[in-house]
Design a protein around this ligand. Structure first.
Ligand code: ZN
Length: 103
């Protein structure tokens, strides 16, 4: 650890100061809640997931998402379209991400 290129996640914290229920969930160690940002600003090396408060998560095809929605779409808005296949929850899900390891 220490030599890996990382976005300083703490710098996003101020944009998200209201904790939601999903933030209380235990995410996998290398997974983070995606801060609200424009779709165009999601870094290429982020692997996106839709994450439900029931704990279910599933990979998001970012290329398809970019093709379907305008680049200025906010990720917080897009997250409303996420639909959980396990508990049926819609509208209260979040995007999470892992960072692709690069050499
Ligand atoms: Zn669910």
């Amino acid at each position: 650890m220490g030599c890996r290129l990382e976005i300083p996640y703490s710098s996003f914290k101020s944009a998200n100061d209201k904790p939601s229920r999903i933030d209380a969930l235990k995410l996998p160690a290398d997974m983070y809640v995606l801060p609200d940002m424009a779709l165009a600003d999601v870094p290429e090396w982020f692997i996106l997931f839709g994450f439900c408060k029931c704990g279910y998560f599933r990979g998001i095809n970012i290329k398809q998402t970019r093709a379907k929605f305008p680049p200025s779409s906010r990720t917080s808005e897009l997250a409303r379209f996420l639909h959980c296949k396990r508990c049926g929850c819609k509208g209260d899900n979040r995007f999470t991400f892992k960072q692709m390891l690069r050499d």
